[in-house]
Write a protein that binds this ligand. Sequence first.
Ligand code: 5GP
Ligand code: MG
Length: 180
Amino acid sequence: MGVGAVLVTRRRIARRVAALAERIAESFGDEEMTIVAVLTGVLVFLADLLRRLPTRIRVEVVSLSSYPGAAVQSRGPSFRLWPVGDLVGRHVLVLDDILDTGQTLACLLDRVRSLGAASVRTCVLLRKNCPRVERVEPDWVGFDVPDAFVVGYGLDHDGLYRNLPDIRVLEAQDDAGGAP
Ligand code: 5GP
Ligand code: MG
């Protein structure tokens, strides 16, 4: 496996994150916001978005894994870390990197609602064009992307490539070295 073509450039990402922050800030108005962010892929997106949001914000992080190790097919979400503080009466923004099968977001929405949040809104950086296992539509989407495995801007494959500034497609490597 190796990194292939750029799918979303760093400039487009920066512009879109700024626009998303405006919409989200408008929606929350004066309400204090609690971001529940899904590690680890959301790390860079969270850092960029956070600094563009003017409202009073708390940040909680949770960790789920759908693609353990070198997997490129979802194995379904499993919680590895749930250290979220008291969500009773809070206005929550669930932030995730990618909407794929929808299982992660559906699972989180259930959990956050059951913990007594006053409202729950959702934002994902990427929405894949593929069939959903769970019907869930985020309130805000950064980019619609094709159903390919992507890396960069926080997204990994087997722990690597999170530091790439653009979002790229992961490609099977040509061992003969003859790829164009
Ligand atoms: P879902 O539960 O919607 O199927 O899975 C979503 C999660 O799987 C995302 O939060 C993300 O962490 C991971 N994921 C889905 N597609 C990709 C992908 O193309 N690249 C990477 N790095 N992670 C992905
Ligand atoms: Mg994730």
